[in-house]
Design a protein around this ligand. Sequence first.
Ligand code: TXA
Ligand code: MG
Length: 311
Amino acid sequence: MMGNQTQNIQQAARLIRAGKLVAFPTETVYGLGGDATSDAAVASIYEVKGRPSFNPLIVHMHSIRQATEYVQLTPLAKKLAASFWPGPLTMVLRRGPECALSLLVSAGLDTLAVRVPDSALAQEFLRACNVPLAAPSANRSGRISPTTAQHVEEELSTKVAKILDGGPCTAGLESTVVDATGDVPVLLRHGIITADMIRDVAGDVQFARADSPISSPGMLAKHYAPDTPMRLNATSVKGNEALLAFGNPIMGAKVTENLSPFGDLTEAAANLFAMLRKLDAVDATCIAVMEIPNKGIGIAINDRLRRAATR
Ligand code: TXA
Ligand code: MG
């Protein structure tokens, strides 16, 4: 099995070098990867996702060392990298003077979003590719991010050259995005690395407003949406509704999925997208969601739930 996986990775890397797209797992969600140095490969990522081209992509690197070839690491970025890379933190930084990456990944901005993923498979794949990979989440634009290879298959099967299967993602929520071009980190997207964790390292943290010039397109209100309507903070449920529970479930739903029976937020984050997908498929009138505590990783979970409920 392991030998097979190494062959899979080698084959996938050859496909990347030939300009094709490969879906691969990271610790957060599955990514739709393409050679970030190739305009054609990056253009095909936008096309396959149906993504508005003003929404820039995250570029994945295997190490801090590789990142220094493409972006200007500010003192703040070095500090955050030392604490959180490899891991689920994306930093927006200025492109370096000799940055050889496609301008399309930046979608017209003079910055680049960079992330060094922690998953062993992603690391091995990035080293085998030997070029940075532009990789948004491997779903069609506006839909729920995939946390298993099966989800990617459902979303994009005919449109990728290969799907690397690394099993379910351990974190389950997209990376935290932080603008680290200045002295103070500006949080652009909530994630597993919380604002408190960033403040502990950097001394301070600011929050971007949706209308500020540095705001990230990922802050768009509607995002990650199932087709079924959703309602949040449910305290009761009707027989034709599906329930997304947390802790002790409310009784009476048509179908129930429990994010974490014992109220563990890390477990809830890892289950969130897969359970939303399941409940979206049961033909309920509504997905009712029980209250999630708004602390720690719960802040990122609630952020995704609010966007999923916006239509
Ligand atoms: O966990 C993740 O980050 C996953 C895995 C595959 O790594 N990737 C992911 O990519 O979620 P995507 O493309 O779905 O989200 C990229 C986010 C968007 O909110 C985008 O607006 C923001 O990063 N972004 C990318 N480049 C940016 C830039 N130069 N300035 C500001 N925001 C940027
Ligand atoms: Mg996405």
